[in-house]
Every structure is written in C-alpha cells, then in structure tokens.
Design a protein around this ligand. Structure first.
Ligand code: UTP
Length: 297
C-alpha cells in the first residue's frame, strides 16, 4: 500500500450570509444556532477531530467573531464554575475546545462564493491535502463521515468527495456526480455537474458537504472566473482538477441534515433530541400529540 500524505488540516467555510435565517442571522452567525446544546459548527469540528484532524481552519467573515470566541477559553466563566465546583459544566467546555495553537481564523473579505472561501485558506493549508467540511451539513453517523473518508483515502490517495443518494426529482437542486467503477470501498468519479437540468442527472448521488482535496485545487480556484450566481464555484475547480488527478466518491449511509435551511435545522433538532435518552420519551408523546392534532393536508 502506498503511503499518501496524511490529511492533518480541515477547512470550515463559515463566511456565508445565512440569509435564509434572517432575522436571526442579523447578529448571530447561522453556524452558532444550536442543535440541542451545541452550536452547528461544533458538530463539524467534533467530526473532524474524531477523524484525526490536528488543525482547524475557519474562513470567517464580518459578524462571525463569536465563532472564534466559542473555540477559546472564557476565563471568567471558567473561574466561576471552578469556584462553584461545577465539574460537569467544566468538562463540557473542555471537550469542545481544540488544543492551543490548533485553530486558525482567516477572513473572506466579501462573500464571493464557496470556492472563493476555500481559496482564502490557501496560505494556512499550504502544500498538503486537506479536509473540507461545510458545517451547515450536519451528519449523524458512527463513525463520522470524515473518519470513513480518511479510511478510504489511505487506500486510494487523490481527492475524495462524499456523496449520498437522493430522490431523482431533487437532483436538479444539487451538485451531482457521475459514478464510475468501484474502487476499494468507494468509486471512481467520472464527472460532476452542478444543478443538472431536470431529467439530465448522471446519477442520484449528490455532493453532501465533505471533501478531501489536494492543494493543487487552490491555483485553480485562484484563476477561476465567477460561475453560476456570480460566485466562484468549487465544483468548477474540482472538474478542472479531475483532468489531472483522480477523484473518488464515498457513499455516506448515515443521516445528513442541511442546517442552512429551516426545515433541515428543525429536522436535525428533532433527530438529535430523539436519539438522546434525556428527551426521547417525553418528546415522542409530544410529537405524536402534535401530529394527531395537526389539521390534515
Ligand atoms: P450557502 O450556499 O448556504 O450560502 O453556503 P449562505 O450565504 O451561507 O446562506 P444563505 O443561502 O444566504 O442562507 C454554503 C457554505 O459555504 C459558505 C457558507 O458559510 C456555508 O458553509 N460560504 C458561502 C462562504 O464561506 N462564503 C461565501 O461567499 C458563500
């Protein structure tokens, strides 16, 4: 087996405007909205840490400073909890905290799209493969999606895209991959298309927000013109890179919640609450009551 350069760094683009959550996101970044007791961003950071990531790179924007605060020690709170002997609360805080020096924050000065946000991380990532996690996409699985992807990467090297099956009618709303031969528990990616017109999708596997990419993607992103919606598109740069480097697909079999949308966010809260013994029982009866009393459509 070849030894491929390890994936040590993860990039989290968190500079989007979050307009779908206004007015909440006027002053709170959407990544800080909570699913139960953890902010959305914490789920992706925990997933990355469990996959062995050692350095966490956040591409932030204006009004996002609170994300940096979340991954720092809150000295006064810590002291007060210590004085009051609140060990459980202290443990919760320390579990969320990356070690000193493990985080970097850089700003995307204008929201020019996901591809541009990723490009803003180029100096911090340097010349090594990296993981890219879109924090809006909260993934519930054991082991985490990125852990499974890094296992595949150890066998294949190259670039890896996580994908997931969706209903064929929905393919027009997503980035879709064309599936090639099976390889080592994944598959060869033969093509990618962003939001294919109805009836033209090459598969029903959508790109669901987790990637392992080689650093050559940065030059392509840097030289790219704005695509759909006037934004610099990541899929366009990946397509170009696939002309010279292998891309493999990983099929995620857990549950993904798109917490960039209100419906996905609500679903995530219900799903995480239902998988927590503290809430599952009482919530179940409450949900059933609500369903039974809701007017039929
Ligand atoms: P979205 O497409 O969800 O856009 O971004 P958005 O602006 O965050 O949200 P809405 O549509 O206005 O509600 C997908 C991911 O890319 C990041 C977002 O933070 C999110 O993680 N992103 C998007 C950036 O970092 N910069 C951008 O310019 C655009």
């Amino acid at each position: 087996m070849t030894d491929y350069k390890p994936v040590r760094k993860a990039v989290f683009p968190v500079a989007g405007l979050g307009t779908r959550f206004l007015p909440a996101t006027k002053s709170i970044p959407k990544e800080m909205l909570t699913i139960l007791d953890k902010p959305v961003i914490q789920y992706a950071v925990d997933e990355a840490r469990n996959a062995g990531i050692e350095h966490f790179v956040f591409v932030t924007g204006r009004n996002k400073a609170v994300i940096e605060d979340h991954f720092d020690i809150q000295v006064e709170l810590q002291q007060t909890l210590e004085e009051r002997g609140k060990q459980e609360a202290l443990d919760i805080l320390s579990a969320a905290l990356p070690a000193p020096g493990q985080t970097s924050f850089t700003r995307q000065q204008a929201p020019l799209g996901l591809g541009h946000a990723v490009w803003c991380a180029r100096e911090i990532v340097g010349d090594e493969p990296f993981a890219l996690l879109l924090p809006d996409m909260v993934m519930q699985d054991e082991p985490g999606c990125l852990t499974s992807m890094t296992r595949l990467y150890k066998n294949t090297g190259g670039n890896i895209i996580s994908t997931e099956e969706i209903a064929w009618e929905e393919t027009q709303n997503y980035g879709i991959v064309e599936r090639g031969e099976d390889v080592n528990g994944g598959f060869e990616v033969k093509g990618m298309v962003e939001k294919p017109p109805k009836g033209t999708a090459p598969s029903n596997l959508y790109i669901n927000g987790r990637y392992i990419l080689q650093p050559e993607i940065f030059d392509l992103l840097g030289s790219q013109k704005a695509g759909a919606g006037g934004e610099i598109q990541l899929t366009d740069a990946m397509l170009k890179l696939s002309a010279s480097q292998p891309f493999y697909g990983f099929t995620f079999r857990g549950r993904t919640f798109d917490c960039g949308s209100k419906e996905g966010f609500i679903r995530a809260n219900v799903a995480y609450a239902m998988s927590n013994p503290e809430f599952a029982g009482s919530l179940r009866s409450e949900l059933l009551e609500l369903i039974n009393s809701a007017p039929a459509k």
